[in-house]
Design a protein around this ligand. Structure first.
Ligand code: PGA
Length: 219
């Protein structure tokens, strides 16, 4: 997949209820002339309804899941198989640091998740904490998200993020995003380096006004 850059991913994590998300999507009708790609990753509870809403509002917004199962369909209680969401999701975040730490996801698990996503036609957005983290084969979009910068208001410098992006790109044909305390006030500094193809925004994606500030800074 070669979607237009910059790619801006909104990761809502386990936040917002359906009423909030409906309003959030409604507010994206004000996106204007943004030339990149917007990906929204809401709670999996709302994927189907969000897909319908995006269609109804005719939004230029792609849908992604925040995770995907390492298993395909079968007796795996609580899991979300790639093939169950392939008709509505274009992307899947895989290997977010919160999944790795809170759910003990291993490199092996992440490789299986990537394989399942790709087999279902879903593009993985693969998260790493440094340029030395393993990246499974078939991944084309990598997000550099240093843990100290996530949800702290203490972002990585754009110089360092660009350096890491360059090192990751030295390992293969990757589009590299940066995630960690990104907002409307600093997003341009990352994209402006010319090495970073997009951003993953969590905290500042929850309030649609703040998220639109990120988009507007790049428009
Ligand atoms: P944040 O999270 O935008 O809240 O810092 C980023 C991330 O989860 O990668």
């Amino acid at each position: 997949m070669n979607d237009a850059t910059p790619i801006v991913v909104a990761n809502h994590k386990a936040n917002l209820n359906w009423q909030d998300l409906e309003k959030w999507l409604q507010s994206l009708t004000e996106v204007g002339n943004f030339k990149g790609t917007i990906v929204v990753c809401p709670s999996s509870a709302f994927l189907k309804a969000a897909a319908q809403k995006i269609k109804d509002l005719n939004l230029s917004v792609k849908l992604g899941s925040q995770d995907i199962s390492k298993f395909e369909q079968g007796a795996y209680t609580g899991e979300l198989a790639a093939s169950q969401i392939a008709d509505i999701c274009s992307y899947s975040i895989i290997g977010h640091s919160e999944r790795r730490s809170n759910f003990s996801e291993t490199e092996d698990d992440l490789t299986k998740k990537v394989e399942n996503a790709k087999a279902a036609g879903i593009e993985p957005i693969f998260c790493v904490q440094s340029e030395t983290d393993e990246i499974p084969q078939e991944v084309t979009i990598v997000t550099y998200e240093p843990i100290f910068a996530i949800g702290t208001g203490n972002p990585e410098t754009s110089d360092k993020a660009a350096q890491v992006a360059e090192e990751i790109k030295g390992q293969g044909e990757y589009q590299v995003l940066y995630g960690g305390s990104v907002g409307g006030e600093n997003v341009k500094s990352y994209i402006g380096t010319g090495k970073i193809d997009g951003v993953l925004v969590a905290t500042n994606s929850l309030d649609p006004v703040k998220f639109l500030e990120v988009i507007q800074a790049l428009s």
